[in-house]
Write a protein that binds this ligand. Structure first.
Ligand SMILES: Nc1nc2c(ncn2[C@@H]2O[C@H](COP(=O)(O)OP(=O)(O)OP(=O)(O)O)[C@@H](O)[C@H]2O)c(=O)[nH]1
Length: 558
């Protein structure tokens, strides 16, 4: 199909509003105008010498062309308009009240159908605006209807992807803001991504195809646009020192305040939403450089990652300023890729997050190894401790000899060995008249005697013999491989030593202590080694009975 034609020539404008005939036809459409009433203008926008005018008319004679289904594509109109082909009203954007005033209804693109015989006919615009700009804005093109859709879609595709990306990032950052540390940074990233995602989506021309609510899209675009500095401020604030961070906080709070205030006033009908844009732009022109000043003062102290974020933010800020300059006519019209700035910023954040993630993973692995090492060390320590406790549980705390529990185990063990053909002898030893001794010298002295006696017993037997304290003043010696005779020799030596020994406790001399002993041996005295305890006890009983301070060997006849 033939290529679109930009209508940038042959326009005329006329300030003010046309009177009407009785049938409501505007007189300016048909009347012979006084000389100089209509003046030439290159593009039907912001004619000179407005002087507070809220109405302006534009007209053009439509050129001939090859379009089969011709439409007039306009992006966009400040703020409301009626479009006439000759005297016929063919299109209207917004509505007018009884006083011929109207309210802002958004900045959509327009597609105005033209009849086949449009060529050479007059197209006129009656434009109303109480906004800083008046007239058409952006592009006015004559083109084939199907080309409008493909043009809009191809212009919007990248923006739609970027918007989706920003919104996804916003979701992730929002989740992290709820569950992670550095809440404010994540909240800043989340808010920024949400704001830029909404702004890009709302400003992309395809949004109008998704939902034909231009005013709603304008509100969303405004909300996103106004929230951007709040997100950036939240993110940057913790990076800076006290004084600077306080200023950054004031800046973003100011912008937050404006966001709430401006949208509140517009929603409640006090002002047109369009009016809140230029005021915000003034605010942004002040706050962007101020923010930059604080950032550059401390740029060197920031990490490489923080500098990357700030560079990305700088690109975005520049694009926003360009966009603003175009919107207010300081620069000729062109589409400024603001969404690209949002994309760069988001990509910087994603790159940094991925790096952080990788680093955290590495640290986790290291931490894990460290933990494993610690667990091993602790386990060893614990095992040592368990060993020690086990030893304690087999030891008599007073004398340091093995206790009854140990005796039970070792005796059962030695008895089992003896049954396979070895000799085993058991000696029971009991201190004589120990009750009397305790009564006479006191319990502490008794303890001292128990310790000393235990030591003496140990000294008089072989390494292989196991000396245990069974409890009270009673001891036992397990003698693997020893005969009754060998045991008696050892016992006799011990008794001799005991007779010569004068016990001491501190300064006090305690005098003599004697032992009675009973000896029994396997297989000499029994065919069941487990019986040795009973037999040795009987022998001991006999020693006591026969006058103590002696050793008796078991005799079956006794
Ligand atoms: N000092 C001290 N005395 C203990 C300990 N264990 C038991 N005794 C005392 O040992 C005494 C044992 O007395 P008895 O079993 O009547 O026997 P005995 O007085 O030695 O008389 P015979 O064995 O017949 O010579 C009791 O008075 C117990 O209080 C101890 O750990 N320390």
């Amino acid at each position: 199909s033939p290529s679109p034609l930009d209508l940038t020539e042959g326009w005329e404008y006329r300030w003010g509003d046309s009177p009407r005939f009785a049938d409501d036809t505007p007189a300016w459409l048909v009347e012979e105008a006084p000389n100089g009433a209509w003046q030439a203008i290159g593009f039907p926008s912001n004619p000179p010498a407005r002087n507070g005018n809220r109405y302006v008319w534009f007209r053009i004679t439509l050129p001939a062309g090859e379009w089969r289904d011709p439409v007039l594509y306009i992006f966009s109109i400040d703020l409301l308009a009626q479009v006439f082909l000759d005297t016929e009203l063919i299109y209207q954007h917004g509505s007018f009240d009884a006083d011929e005033e109207g309210r802002f209804v958004g900045w959509p693109w327009h597609m105005i159908s033209l009849p086949e015989d449009y060529a050479g006919r007059q197209l006129a615009f009656r434009v109303y605006s109480n906004y800083t700009d008046i007239g058409l804005w952006g592009e006015v093109r004559l083109m084939d209807r199907p080309d409008v859709l493909s043009m809009i879609l191809s212009r919007s595709a990248a923006d739609l992807v970027i918007a989706a990306f920003c919104l996804l990032l916003a979701l992730l950052a929002g989740v992290f803001a709820l569950i992670q540390q550095h809440r404010q940074s994540f909240a800043g990233i989340g808010l920024f991504s949400l704001a830029s995602g909404i702004m890009v989506l709302a400003e992309t021309q395809a949004s109008q195809l998704l939902l034909a609510k231009p005013l709603l899209w304008s509100y969303l675009a405004a909300a996103g646009y106004y929230a951007l500095p709040v997100g950036i401020g939240l993110l940057l604030e913790p990076w800076f020192k006290a004084r600077h961070s306080l200023w950054i906080r004031r800046l973003w709070q100011l912008h937050l305040g404006y966001l709430v205030f401006a949208l509140g006033l517009a929603l409640s009908g006090v002002v047109n939403l369009s009016t809140t844009f230029p005021v915000y732009d003034v605010l942004l022109v002040v706050s962007l450089p101020t923010l930059f000043l604080f950032v550059s003062l401390q740029l060197r102290q920031l990490s490489g990652e923080q500098q990357l974020v700030i560079a990305a933010y700088g690109v975005l800020a520049l694009l926003l300023l360009f966009d603003m300059a175009v919107a207010h006519g300081f620069l000729p019209w062109r589409l400024i890729p603001v969404s690209l700035g949002a994309l760069i910023f988001s990509l910087a954040i994603v790159a940094i997050s991925l790096r952080h993630y990788a680093r955290t993973q590495r640290e986790l692995v290291k931490l894990n190894q460290h933990l494993e090492l610690q667990v091993t060390e602790r386990t060893h320590a614990l095992q040592d401790m368990v060993e020690k406790f086990r030893a304690f549980s087999y030891q008599d705390p007073l004398t340091g000899l093995k206790n009854r529990r140990h005796f039970d185990e070792i005796f059962a063990h030695e008895a089992a060995i003896a049954r396979r053909g070895a000799t085993l002898t058991l000696v029971m030893l009991d201190i004589d008249h120990f009750k009397h001794f305790n009564d006479l010298h006191g319990h502490e002295a008794g303890d001292a005697v128990l310790v000393a006696t235990g030591q003496l017993i140990g000294e008089h037997f072989r390494e292989a013999d196991v000396v245990c304290r069974l409890g009270g003043e009673e001891f036992v010696v397990v003698m693997p491989g020893a005969s009754a005779e060998q045991a008696c020799e050892a016992v006799e030596r011990l008794l001799r030593t005991m007779r010569q020994r004068r016990f001491q406790h501190g300064e006090a001399s305690l005098g003599r202590v004697s032992l009675s002993c009973g000896v029994a041996s396997y297989p000499e005295h029994t065919d069941d080694p487990l019986d040795l305890i009973r037999l040795a006890d009987l022998a001991l009983y006999r020693a006591k009975h026969c006058g103590r301070d002696r050793s008796e060997t078991y005799e079956s006849s006794a």
